[in-house]
Design a protein around this ligand. Structure first.
Ligand SMILES: Nc1ncnc2c1ncn2[C@@H]1O[C@H](COP(=O)(O)OP(=O)(O)OP(=O)(O)O)[C@@H](O)[C@H]1O
Ligand SMILES: [Mg+2]
Length: 227
């Protein structure tokens, strides 16, 4: 079956003065549509870097990333941004909410990048409120991020990632900073909302039990995939 996203011999090297640091060292992985894939491995293995590369956020030094048959980094930055806005939802390790916007506005943010959706404000507002209800935040709609706990902020970030019904959801340790009850709630939402719609999910985690709940596990070490 065709892959939704595919990394081909991807490397990422940072130049640090005279020395260079290779954090991805020839990574080839393919993700099938509808799959739930965990990425595990020690800190510094390159998990976040790979996730960003797959989502069009971080250009590899060499190699190629294919998203639905298009070579992501051969597109213009504008074209890449449009693909991201339409098809990819990110949940970051730190939540990346905009402090000056309230909860609903943060969740609606991805729709702003897409022309046409701006005009359908009533519909997007309804969807944002529905998602916030799903993650248990219907009584926090007009709070700003600073008025929320960490777990609540992560739930807002999750709702925002799903706002455009992305075919591909990339989640970087979405429960890393949360207590186990809140973490479980986030995971239920994440698995529930993606599997229900047959969206593809790539999830970075340090937790083997969470990895075991995915269809497949990719193990990384020292910038390589171990299989
Ligand atoms: N902008 C940068 N410049 C130089 N080195 C960087 C940069 N960004 C990341 N690195 C290095 O790349 C390596 C891989 O980072 P990455 O964030 O992908 O690791 P990770 O597997 O996600 O780790 P963790 O589990 O701690 O989140 C790290 O050793 C990090 O120091
Ligand atoms: Mg990381």
């Amino acid at each position: 079956m065709d892959m939704i996203v595919k990394a081909e011999a991807v490397t990422k090297t940072y130049l640090m003065g005279k020395r260079s640091l290779t954090v991805l060292n020839g990574v080839s992985v393919g993700i099938r549509p509808g799959e739930t894939v965990a990425v595990i491995g020690p800190s510094g293995a390159g998990k976040s870097t790979l996730l960003h590369a797959l989502g069009g956020l971080d250009q590899p030094t060499t190699g190629e990333v294919w998203f639905k048959g298009q070579s992501l980094y051969r597109l213009s930055p504008e074209e890449r941004t449009m693909i991201r806005a339409r098809h990819v939802g990110f949940v970051f390790q730190s939540y990346h909410l905009l402090p000056e916007l309230d909860v609903v506005e943060n969740v609606m943010l991805p729709t702003m990048a897409i022309r046409g959706m701006r005009r359908e404000r009533a519909k997007t507002l309804e969807r944002a409120e529905h998602l916030l209800d799903t993650v248990g935040l219907s009584d926090r709609l007009r709070h700003t991020p600073l008025e929320l706990s960490g777990g609540e902020q992560q739930r807002v970030a999750l709702a925002r990632a799903l706002m455009n019904e992305p075919e591909l959801v990339l989640a970087d340790e979405p429960t890393g900073n949360l207590d186990s009850v809140t973490g479980e709630h986030i995971l239920k939402c994440l698995f529930g909302l993606t599997r229900e719609r047959r969206h593809t999910l790539v999830l970075v985690t340090h937790n083997n039990e969470i990895a075991a709940r995915c269809d497949r596990v990719i193990r990384m070490k020292d910038g390589r995939v171990e299989e």
